[in-house]
Design a protein around this ligand. Structure first.
Ligand SMILES: Cc1cc2nc3c(=O)[nH]c(=O)nc-3n(C[C@H](O)[C@H](O)[C@H](O)COP(=O)(O)OP(=O)(O)OC[C@H]3O[C@@H](n4cnc5c(N)ncnc54)[C@H](O)[C@@H]3O)c2cc1C
Length: 340
């Protein structure tokens, strides 16, 4: 690393079994935009064992430097060693910003590191910006605007931490866009020695059982989502039928999940998955802000709702006002007729 260049924007590069979490790569792209405004570099913090080659992927997605902490004690994630090592590194290097994915791991480590380093931390941000602000006649440079829904999603709050040196945020998977990887990018790997005391490694992992999720809405090109407008299993079946004809994945609003019409892992929105498919068809979904937060970046949105005033029409590119029990069979018939 060139010692004249500021190294102020960090991303925790989460990996499991040698595979990087998508959210870490998404955050690197966002970190690049933030760092540009701060005239800084982007660094990734990578912990694990025998994972050095992941640095190339991190460089390709925007890291200029990778702090590599490689030790057999770090093979599997454990809260204490991971949090303590990151804390020591943050205390030593004093970055201005540290970003974590809002995953189980990120949500475990971020508050520990923030608390130990007395940093500001905002969870589940949906947007991040850099600004210089004057508050009470004091100028604060490189302030991280941590933007997220608050009060049950009724307002979008901008949270700042002007009185601390280090600003941290967690961001959920899919919220930030993963830009293109550039395999020609390179950077610096900085090896950090790993020293752990007996208390930090007191918790031993005896066995690991992992059940990979069979649902991956994030990569689905077409999603047909149903809401509480399809309030019976029979009506919801129409949504599944349309998805089948279109070769789409099925998703739902939280109200549909709460009513047991669809599995929780298929929920789209603030407390579900954030998706950006080529086509999102929202059927019987009112378009509450918490739902829109998870789908409004879709390339094309079609909404079907019997209420012409439904807020979903505000984000839809095409809208059909009508009863889903009438509209869906017509759509299925029309699509099938095009196939023959
Ligand atoms: C902290 C918090 C987090 C949340 N997170 C999420 C989240 O992640 N995802 C999410 O979706 N919600 C979330 N919610 C809930 C959200 O506020 C809404 O309550 C929910 O999205 C409503 O779901 P819905 O639109 O399916 O149901 P409703 O609001 O009941 O809307 C049903 C819609 O269907 C239409 N309709 C009814 N009958 C028909 C018919 N026969 N044909 C066509 N249209 C019909 C109605 O006009 C209406 O617009 C969250 C709420 C909070 C407070």
């Amino acid at each position: 690393m060139n010692s004249n260049i500021k190294d102020m924007v960090w991303v925790f590069a989460e990996q499991s079994n040698g595979e990087l979490a998508d959210v870490s790569l998404e955050l690197l792209h966002k970190a690049g935009a933030l760092a540009k405004k701060m005239d800084s570099e982007v660094s990734a913090v990578l912990l694990g064992h025998e994972i050095a080659e992941l640095a190339n992927t991190l460089f390709a997605h925007g890291a200029d430097n990778v702090y590599l902490l490689d030790d057999k004690e770090l093979k599997d994630f454990r809260s204490l060693p991971y949090a303590n090592l990151i804390t020591k590194l943050v205390e030593d290097k004093q970055p201005r910003i540290v970003l974590f994915g809002a995953t189980h791991t990120g949500r475990d480590i971020a508050p520990r590191v923030a608390s130990h380093t007395r940093s500001g931390l905002t969870a589940d941000c949906t947007e991040l910006k850099i600004e210089t602000l004057t508050l009470r006649k004091v100028e604060h440079t490189d302030l991280l605007l941590q933007i997220r829904p608050a009060f049950g999603g009724n307002i979008i709050a901008t949270i700042i931490s002007p009185d601390v040196a280090i600003q941290m945020a967690t961001i959920r998977e899919g919220v930030m866009e993963m830009g293109e990887a550039d395999p020609s990018r390179t950077g610096h790997v900085i090896q950090i020695p790993v020293k752990l005391g007996p208390i930090e490694v007191a918790v031993q992992i005896i066995e690991k059982h992992q059940k990979p999720s069979e649902v991956n809405l994030k990569t689905a090109p077409i999603i047909v989502a149903g809401g509480y407008g399809a309030d019976t299993p029979e009506k919801f079946q129409l949504i599944k039928d349309l998805a089948k004809v279109l070769g789409a994945d099925v998703a739902g609003s939280r109200a549909a999940v709460d009513a047991g019409l669809i599995e929780a892992e298929r929920q789209v929105g603030q407390t579900g998955t954030t998706v950006r498919p080529k086509l999102y068809i929202a059927i019987g979904i009112s378009g509450a802000i918490q739902h829109r937060a998870g789908m409004q970046e879709s390339q094309k949105i079609i909404a079907i709702n019997n209420d012409p005033e439904a807020p979903i029409f505000g984000v839809a590119h095409y809208g059909i006002t009508g009863d889903l029990e009438v509209v869906i069979p017509k759509l299925i018939a029309a699509y099938k007729s095009q196939l023959h």
